[in-house]
Write a protein that binds this ligand. Structure first.
Ligand SMILES: Cc1cc2nc3c(=O)[nH]c(=O)nc-3n(C[C@H](O)[C@H](O)[C@H](O)COP(=O)(O)O)c2cc1C
Length: 387
């Protein structure tokens, strides 16, 4: 196994071992990718405050999410087409998360179905819903998630329509890929990916193909979203969905205090400050920059988490120190999966946990709960430079 010291090592292997179409799908943002870039560059602007001569024994990275103690307060975010980064990718990622002791979220747009993941895991996972115009489908998919033992519903509120990612259009992204000469030439250098893919039957949108009538191209994410995603999704419909689910709910995709107030008023158990990893509204601020204003607005009404841009344990620490009670990671574990399958996801989690532990210690802290603004050095006006 190659020596992996950081998430960037996994990213390089991911790029080398995965068809260009799917690596590009993961590693891109919408339009100019400004928000995608700033999600990571904003993390780099915040510095850490060293604290010495503290007893560091008995440290732990553990922390609760939705009231359940986890190895660290880090969940795997829902990522569409995970099963195209590696064959059976959702099953592999869910198994790695379960063994590590962190939550896994399955996307509506996954390749492996809810039932596939449930069959291969024993810990309950979370299900992320994109609502379709077909209300019957929405009701049935919630029933399937409930039957599979999913312990929380993640409702993503920032994707009623798809942000344009230029590379996906240029690459002709589909699942499974169409075997054009360019795709075949690329696959010739990704033989391991191809061999594994030949051994699985899971190559379609497992949660929806066969569960919804669709004319035309059932292999294209862009076609599905344009044809079927529910653009009527407003707070009333979100509330209705929450009532239909009847269990724990996480609202993902909040970027300002006004929406956070409305989200908290629904009674959601947690909200995720997120710009969808820079894949939706290009030009939106990074999640990190808006996090403190949202914590201040609703931090006493619901659990506030964040995602978008986390690539290290230092980043996790910065988010927690700014008031997030937990975080989600997307690309950081997808790079692990694309690089090495299930062991790669485990390695990504190990890297992040070790970085979190070491950085916490060098900041003079022994638990995530003790982290706060005192651990950070933030450029003047960092949070107030846009209004
Ligand atoms: C390739 C890819 C696919 C994604 N698909 C979904 C999805 O199906 N549902 C969803 O709610 N979010 C989706 N997201 C957003 C992630 O859940 C998460 O918000 C984002 O990845 C966080 O940013 P990060 O990748 O910088 O950690 C996707 C992100 C990526 C990178």
């Amino acid at each position: 196994m190659p020596v992996i010291t950081c998430i960037d090592d996994l990213k390089r292997l991911h790029k080398r071992r995965t068809p260009k179409m799917f690596y590009d799908y993961a590693e891109s943002g919408s339009y100019t990718e400004q928000t995608f870039r700033e999600n990571t560059t904003d993390f780099a602007q915040i510095r850490l405050n060293q604290k010495v001569a503290v007893d560091l024994t008995g440290r732990s990275t553990a922390g609760p999410m939705l009231g359940e103690n986890r190895a660290m307060p880090v969940a795997l975010a829902p990522v569409g087409l995970t099963g195209m980064q590696r064959a059976d990718g959702e099953i592999k990622a869910a198994k790695a998360a379960e063994k590590f002791g962190v939550p896994y979220t399955l996307s509506t747009m996954s390749v492996c179905s809810i039932e596939d993941v449930a069959e291969h895991t024993s810990a309950p996972f979370w299900f992320q819903i994109y609502t379709l115009t077909d209300d019957d489908y929405n009701r049935r998919v919630l029933e399937r998630a409930r039957a599979a033992g999913c312990s929380a519903l993640v409702i993503t509120v920032d994707l009623q329509l798809l942000g344009q990612r230029h590379k996906d259009l240029k690459n002709g992204l589909t699942t499974p890929p169409k075997l054009t000469p360019a795709v075949l030439a690329d696959l010739a250098t990704k033989w391991r990916w191809g061999l594994e893919m030949l051994q699985t039957k899971r190559r379609f949108f497992g949660n929806i193909v066969g569960h919804v009538e669709m004319e035309g191209d059932t292999s294209s994410l862009a076609a599905w979203t344009a044809a079927k995603f529910d653009q009527r999704l407003d707070w009333d419909r979100i509330k209705h969905l929450m009532d239909m689910w009847g269990g724990k709910v996480i609202l993902k995709g909040i970027l300002n205090p006004e929406d956070a107030e409305l989200a908290a008023a629904t009674g959601a158990d947690a909200i995720v400050v997120s710009n969808h990893g820079g894949r939706q509204l290009d030009g939106a601020l990074s999640s990190l920059r808006v996090l403190p204003s949202i914590v201040q607005a609703v931090g006493n009404k619901t659990e506030v988490w964040m995602d978008s841009g986390i690539r290290s344990g230092q980043d996790v620490l910065k988010a927690l120190a700014l008031g997030a009670k937990g975080v989600m990671i997307g690309r950081a574990y997808i790079h692990g999966l694309g690089a090495m399958g299930e062991p790669g996801v485990t390695r990504a989690l190990e890297v992040i946990q070790k970085e979190l532990d070491t950085t916490m210690a060098l900041c003079g802290e022994t638990t995530p709960a003790a982290l706060g603004r005192h651990n950070l050095l933030v450029p003047k006006d960092f949070f107030d430079s846009y209004s």
